[in-house]
Each structure stands twice: as structure tokens, then as C-alpha cells.
Ligand binder design. Sequence first.
Ligand code: ATP
Length: 476
Amino acid sequence: MIEPSTMPSNSYSLEEVMDNSYDSIFVTDAVGNILMANPTAERLLNLTITQMVGRNIRELVEQGHWDKSIALEAIEKRTTVTGMIKTRDGINLMCTSRPLFDSQGNITMVISNSRDRDTLVKLAQTLDKERELVQRYKEEVQYLREQGVKDRHLVAESTAMKNLLLEANWVGPTESSVLLYGESGTGKEILAKYIYSISRRAKEAFITVNCSAIPENLIEAELFGYEKGSFTGADAKGKPGLFELADRGTIFLDEIGEMPLVLQAKLLRVLENGEVRRLGGIHSRKVDFRLICATNRDLKKMVEHKTFREDLFYRINVVPLQLAPLRDRPEDIMAISDVLLKELNKKYGYDKVFSTETLKGFLNYSWPGNVRELRNLIERLAITTRGRVIDYQVEEMPYPPDNRAAGSHQEENGTLRIQVKAKAPLKKVMSQVEQEYIKNTLQDCQGCVSEAARILGIDRSAIYRKVQVVQLRDQD
Ligand SMILES: Nc1ncnc2c1ncn2[C@@H]1O[C@H](COP(=O)(O)OP(=O)(O)OP(=O)(O)O)[C@@H](O)[C@H]1O
């Protein structure tokens, strides 16, 4: 099939390449005489190799074997030409002809390769379908991202929460790492999502990692990913880690205090180098994410006890934000209850309301599970209450007020009876009395801090401060 004069020394391997090429290949000289052709050309053009080699393409076109020659066009234009030709059997071929030149600029040969257009059309159609699918997935991901952020409205009625939102609004659009402190259920995750939603990375991924929920032996693989076959039980194809998935977006490391020390060192390295290496991998990959962490532990104390790395602590504690417990945010208890019940009324077509006693009970309760507990309780009450009015006794709650260190209750005649621990230091007793008195007044005012502040003759911030200070001392 190859003319002896043009046959290269390693003709065997070249022949093999030609014979097995999926494309039709034929080579002509500078005037269009066919020097060689391969079996695919034979099949597509419906001419044997011997019928082609030695003949001029112009002649074959004139005989109607195909309608025109791209190779002749390439010779004439002295450049690579791509075009469509149609064979006698009606096959449409896309043909590219490329002239080669010697050192004097003379054409030495023209290499033409062609492929059945239908195959190309099918490929293009498959590609279009794939592109459409990718676009649909992108839109779906975007929708889910937005839903994840939007479906929970962040309620902020208390001064503490409003101030916190002001800080969040300030830090949101920056690239700073944020560390959210707060008891479980106080809203650290919802606040993290809020910060993300107002950041420059809002259109990118938001990846949540609960460091305490992933078993210690798996957390490294989850965060860093792994190459195929890197450990028993690993996915055969390998897997990208969560840092990789968060690239260009935001990663939220919840319960960061639970991260094992070994991993803390690795996290620090990622933060310092901006690179991750999969388990079993040899190459590092650049990653660019914004970090938001959350904890309900006292990380500073953990640093003192050497259970949390000091260098990592300073790295993540760039902007610390503290979420107050719900019991210290009576205005939020009221507002969240109201918003939640309205949401449920809308969802189920109800028209339910809380009795005054129920709301008083909510204010008097300690909410150890914070907003999460309040949410769950309201959902349960809305669904299980038969009538319109939700009347729930605070005594039915899992941690009724009497269980707290210092209890109080109001007598019929309007006086307040406060219980304090006997033989306690005066300062502590005074604080407890102060706290109980403030809480009781707040209850009387349905959680309205401004009204309570007016009655007590102090300003609103003093109420938050005093209630919080006493709570902290109680924990000592
Ligand atoms: N201010 C708020 N307004 C409305 N819903 C809230 C608010 N704060 C918290 N929630 C809701 O309370 C529930 C618990 O909140 P979230 O998961 O953000 O708390 P968390 O502090 O991250 O808890 P954990 O530490 O246990 O992970 C969620 O359903 C959240 O939507």
C-alpha cells in the first residue's frame, strides 16, 4: 500500500498505524497523485487501495467517486483546508488536508484524513447532551445551595443577636476566618450560612464538616481525600476530600474542638500552604477556601490543657463571634416562637396561637437545647394540639425551672419568693437574687427587654450583661 520510494525504514509500525486508524488516511504528491491510502479510506470511498494508489484525485472526482477534492484545494491554497465531501454512496465525510513543504517551500506531499460526518454529528450530539446535563446539575447545585441558606430565616430580635448580626454583616464580605462560639443549638450553623450568603463566595460551595460526627479513623480521608487503593475499604476510584470540594467556596468546620491533635497539625499545614495532598497521593493540589469554624468548647482552656494547638487556635480565631444561650435572649424566644408558629400555620393551614401561660413558660424555661429545642417543641405542640390554642405547662418540660440552681416564684399577693443556696458567699447570693428578679420581670413583660428595663430602672444592655455574668459565674 505504500510506494517503495516513499516507504520509511520503520515501515512495519507505520503500516500498522495506517491499517488501524479509525480515520481514512490518504497521501498525495504535489499534483494530487495518490501515494498511499489505508483500509478505512478503502471502506469509506468504496475503492480498493490498488484502484486508488497511482491515480490522480482529479480523475477520481471526474469519474464521480466523490464530489470534490479537499486535497487539491489544499495544494492550490498551499495551506491546511477542512471541508465536507460526499462519496458516490452518499456518505458525508469531513476531510482535512494538510500540505507538507521542503526547505525551498515546495509541496512534498499532502496528507488527508477524513471521518464519517454522521459519527461526528453523533459525537457532537452526545457532547451537547452532556453539556446540557452539566448545566442542569449546575443549576440544581445552585438551587440547593440557595435553598440551604434561604429556607431558614435567621430571627434576631434581642439586642445581643442584633449586635451579632451587625458584626456578621461586617465580617461576611471579608475573607477573614471566623470562629463561632456558642452552646449547642444556639444557631452557629445558621449564622455560618448567613456569613457565607453575604460573602463574595456565595455562588460557590458551602461544605459543612461536623468534626465530632465523623469517626476519627475516617476524618482524615474525608477531609483530604485519597488516591485509588490507598487503604482497605477505600473507593476503588479514589475520592476528592472536602477541602478540595470547598475550593473557591467556604468550609464550615463544626465542633472544631473535637478534631484530633494529629489532624489539627495537618489542618494548620493546609491553612498555611493553601495545598492539600490526598492520602496515598504524591502531588499536592492548590485549594482556596474561606474558613468558618464553630465550637461549644472553651478553646482557650483546651490550649492551656494542650488538647488544642495554640498555633491553630490563633489561625482560626481571627474574628470570634459569640452566640448567647437562648435563655439569655428572651426577645428571641418570643420572636422565634412567633415566626415558627406562623411558618407551621402556613405549612399545615392551621390558625394556632399560644396561650399566655405557654409563652410565660417558654420565658421561664432554661432551654438547654437552645433554639433547636424550641423549634422541635413548637413543631410537636403545633401538630399535637387539637384545638386552636396551644396551652402547654412549663412543668411538662424536660428541665422545668425548679431544677435550676436558684428558683423563684411569684406569690398571689404579687411578692416574689426567691430560693437561694444556704451558706453561699454573699456576692453569689446577691447575683442570683438579681438574676431571678430580672428574669421574673422579663417574664411579666412577655420577654420585652425594653419594658423590663423601664420597670427595673436600668438600661437594656445592663439586663443582658447582668443575666449573662451571673450565668457565667454559675458555671464556675
Ligand atoms: N436565630 C435563629 N432564627 C431562626 N432559627 C434559628 C436561629 N438560631 C437557630 N435556629 C435554628 O435552630 C436549629 C439549630 O441551629 P444550628 O444548627 O445553627 O445550631 P448550632 O449552634 O450549629 O448547633 P450545634 O452546635 O448542635 O451544631 C436550626 O434548625 C436553626 O435553623
